[in-house]
Design a protein around this ligand. Structure first.
Ligand SMILES: [Fe+2]
Ligand SMILES: [Fe+2]
Length: 472
């Protein structure tokens, strides 16, 4: 186990003190980070004590310490998973060779780009979520939001460490830019679309943590297979933190769904809205929206960049080392339905060019598992509604399906049909208004807003009425 040094200004388990130049550079970046956190991080309860976990080691299981902390005093640091002895490059043209501790010159720009794009999502989501605590449905939920926020902040540290440590001057410039872009800003937006969408209500927040953070899980999983060992080690530890974010989203939606079903059952007309809840068709439309926005994050279905990243070993497939035997992927094809002359035709694509799509398919399988669990809840509640993920062709703005119109089953339709029916499939203005008007804060320990069921248990063995945020 590598212990974390909490005595330094920047907590770390990478022996930062032995590299004075790097330490000084990061200590210079730290106040800029704190300014960023104060100005566009959580704007509500910023000075309150929150019951949060902090990493104290990088051992799998039992690495966290729980206690009250004011968020600006959270100890963000640099924590890498332990090095695997004699680790070999898992995939691509160099498969089987020793991993790299330094960045090969010819791959430097590509690797920097991969790190910057991943890094940019971390502060973006904190910005998107900065006002949510104002309308938190319970202190339990607000605490979970803040836990996600501080860990996304830490993920930014994880990536900035790589930029400062291995990319010299332009790495430091990129680290500064990460604090300069803003989610949703017209002039300096975040890099990826989903991270510029507003997140101003809690149904959206739970969809975001369920579907968009789950994209993060798969991207980090592909980077954990990288030939560049520091990237692999840092993403491996990020993944252990990410698991909680996915829990927040998946269980949060499950509670909204369960409550929606219960309220509909209690209503003489079967209408959850009449009982002050969110009806299941509205939840399905939010799910459609965020699932599809998150699909875009995987990049184009057919991509020479993705092929290059795989060939060079910068990125592997999901569980490359564990689930594949042929790590070169030089033979083989992926079959993709593509639009030709107004209809869908199956097209064969060389496997390496389909790496984005393969990762997206792993992601979709994971999402399907989540939806099955929600449907089990509905079954248990004796409710006939079932959730369903739309086709991966539906409502896409990136890749080969962008610019065409599909229904949620994935059938090609014309624009007039899309316009006539899109409010059945995606949140309408009135759905958004309904959800927005339900967002009234509940701040008494143990109490929940009417539209969301209580969680089955508290955090870290604490009761539900525990004071997860100390309001005075
Ligand atoms: Fe993250
Ligand atoms: Fe996350």
């Amino acid at each position: 186990m590598t212990a974390i040094d909490y005595d330094s200004r920047i907590p770390n388990n990478v022996d930062l003190a032995s590299d004075r130049r790097l330490q000084r550079a990061l200590e210079k970046w730290q106040p800029a980070y704190l300014d960023w956190w104060r100005s566009v991080g959580p704007q509500v309860f910023a000075d309150k004590e929150v019951y949060l976990r902090t990493a104290i080691s990088t051992e799998p299981g039992g690495w966290a310490n729980f206690g009250y902390v004011r968020m600006p005093e959270y100890r963000w640091g640099i924590f890498l998973a332990d090095a695997e002895p004699d680790r070999r490059i898992p995939a691509g043209d160099h498969a089987g060779e020793p991993v790299w501790q330094q960045v090969p010159g010819e791959y430097r720009n590509a690797l920097k780009r991969i790190i910057v794009v991943q890094a940019d999502t971390e502060p973006a989501s904190v910005e998107q979520q900065r006002w949510l605590a104002e309308t938190g449905p319970s202190l339990y939920d607000v605490r979970n939001l803040f836990q996600v926020n501080v860990e996304e902040g830490r993920h930014l540290w994880a990536m900035v460490y790589l930029l400062h440590g291995w990319f010299g001057r332009d790495g430091r410039d990129e680290a500064d830019e990460l604090l300069a872009r803003r989610s949703g800003d017209a002039d300096k937006p975040r890099i990826l679309d989903a991270f510029n969408q507003p997140c101003s209500d809690w149904l959206t927040f739970h969809c975001f943590t369920c579907f968009t953070d789950r994209d993060g899980k798969f991207q980090l999983g592909a980077l954990a297979e990288s030939a560049f060992d520091p990237l692999s080690r840092t993403t491996r530890f990020m993944l252990t933190e990410e698991a909680h974010h996915l829990f927040v989203g998946e269980s949060g939606l499950e509670r909204i769904i369960r409550r929606g079903a219960q309220l509909a059952k209690a209503d003489p007309n079967g209408d959850a809205r009449d009982q002050g809840g969110i009806d299941l068709p509205t939840i399905q439309r939010y799910v459609n929206y965020w699932f599809c926005y998150s699909l875009d994050l995987f990049g184009a279905e057919i991509s020479t960049n993705a092929a290059d990243y795989f060939a060079t070993g910068l990125k592997g497939r999901w569980r490359e080392a564990r689930d594949y035997e042929d790590h070169r992927a030089l033979d083989g094809v992926a079959v993709l339905p593509t639009v030709e002359d107004g209809r869908l035709v199956d097209t064969e694509v060389p496997l390496r060019n389909a790496m984005n799509e393969l990762l997206r398919r792993d992601y979709v399988r994971d999402c399907e598992r989540v939806v099955r669990r929600w449907n089990q809840v509905l079954e248990d509640e004796g409710f006939s509604f079932r959730f369903k993920l739309p086709s991966t062709r539906f409502f896409r703005r990136q890749g080969i399906y962008a610019g065409h119109f599909f229904d949620p089953e994935g059938n090609l339709i014309d624009e007039a049909t899309w316009e006539a029916r899109k409010d059945e499939w995606l949140p309408s203005a009135s759905d958004r208004a309904w959800v927005a008007h339900l967002m009234q804060p509940v701040r008494e320990p143990g109490k929940m807003a009417n539209w969301i069921a209580a969680p089955r248990k508290g955090i870290h063995g604490k009761p539900l009425d525990f004071e997860y945020v100390r309001l005075d």
